[in-house]
Design a protein around this ligand. Sequence first.
Ligand code: ADP
Length: 583
Amino acid sequence: MKIFLDLKWFFQQEKKAYISGVFLLLVVAMLQLVPPKVIGIIADEIKEGTLTKGILIQWILVLAGAGIGMYTLRYYWRIMIFGSAVKLSKQLRNSLYQHFTTMSPAFYQKRRIGDLMAHATNDLSAIQQTAGAGVLTLVDSLSTGGFVILAMAFTVSWKLTLICLIPMPVMVFLTSWFGTMLHRTFHKAQEAFSDLNDKTQESITGIKVIKTFGQEKEDIEDFRRQSEDVVQKNIVVAKIDSLYDPTISIIVSISFFLSIAIGAKYVINGDLTIGQLISFTTYLGLLIWPMLAFGWLFNIVERGRASYDRVAALLAEKVDIEDKEGLTDEVPSGDIQYNIEEFTYPGENEPVLRDTHFELMQGETLGIVGKTGSGKTTLLKLLIREFDITKGQIMFGDKNIRDYKLEKLREAIGYVPQDHFLFSATIAENIAFTDPTVPFSQVENAARLANIHDDITQFTDGYKTVVGERGVSLSGGQKQRISISRALLMNPEVLILDDSLSAVDAKTEEAILSALKANREGKTTIITSHRLSAIQHANLIIVMDEGRITERGTHEELMFAGGWYKEMYLRQQLEELVEHGGH
Ligand code: ADP
């Protein structure tokens, strides 16, 4: 039950609602005692032949009053308690989301998005359950249960009460046990279902590949097997579920049997009136719900506990890239100087960068080339502080990049990643992502620079065309160019194109590059590319291999040096010739 203590901050915050809710619950628990008592009294009056119309009407009014009272109060406590519980999950959801947005890629590298989504949905709903249904079942089972047992013991017979209560602990235990079993099997069934979902999604996305390789039969067989698995696991759930009601009914019946069998003897002996026995059995009926609730309480609390711990652990996770104390709002600008002794990714053993030193003057263009996996992207990620350097530093202007606020550092840099991402929004909204208030002319200008304006105007809805999963499908090159427009709109101090021209043809690439050159006078640009033509005009070109700089210089210098760069350049020229026949 420690979870209720953990949630103390919340109960305190919602003190008014909870105190009123619990108070109303207690009143309802007492009002519930009225009808059985009244029914018993009326039964006795009938038996004695003393029931008059006046008395009957009087009792009916009492019953109606109690009924209306319970109806109204139940409505209000539900609003108070369940209403507050919803607020708890809202508050936790907001904190989680805010926390997620501050976490660095290293955090996401350790976790699957699906798991984070599960925390944000299942765990929050389990915690909400604890704050709502948990509080309800705790208060209600104790109060209703307690009041009813007291009423049975004091107004009827404590002996009979004790006897009839014998099966109740079994019921509490079984309810809790069934709850655990149901939860466990249901969870497995859910997992099987989400596996099936993943499989279906994958197959549909990869349908072309499946067909090309003639794997339809195997795929259908896979699907059939997984689908069967879902059915089997759901049958297990249904079986356990089906067992629950009959089992509980039997236990309840035993209680009723004891009350009638032994109670009848008391009536015959004159220890009880028939009316008292009727009240007693009705009370017994009232006891079923609190006992079941008590059983559920264990499950609710157990799940709430586990979920709360998981969410709390997530929230406690420290942001690993943090601002130092006391930084100013200065936006970095100036020359960039890399002095990396070593960089190792979190959780890895081997450094991916070693002895990487170079300087890039403000306003110049740097080209970074090298084989896949040689560390080009890593170099860029260190500049935008997606990760912090393990040994060494990068200077920007006259300061270490760690001496600027992260927000300001990123404001100075427009990064177009390899895996560009477009939101399910209009093209204009995607381009104006960092500042939705900019005038449309600027959006258009950025699109022109990235050579995508003409493509956009050809869509029926122009800049209002919706892209993303539910929108128009764009070619890889179009997506890349929209991503570039997004970065250009910021007009950043440093523009980074991380292999972001790979899907456009050589001519478009050239057009974009010369537009950039003309428009980014005095501003720094960093380009990584597989196609060496994209960087041949750069002021400085560095060639990376296995995390080290192996060649550096201008295009002419590198051609003269005759290393990997020259070999690659000539090979690509030849390929270009073969492909386009010299045009
Ligand atoms: P390039 O951009 O030249 O293709 P990268 O900088 O992406 O190279 O990768 C350099 C090396 O670092 C590769 O061996 C890659 O597997 C590894 N690497 C890249 N990103 C991560 C990461 N987030 N965690 C661990 N290793 C990584």
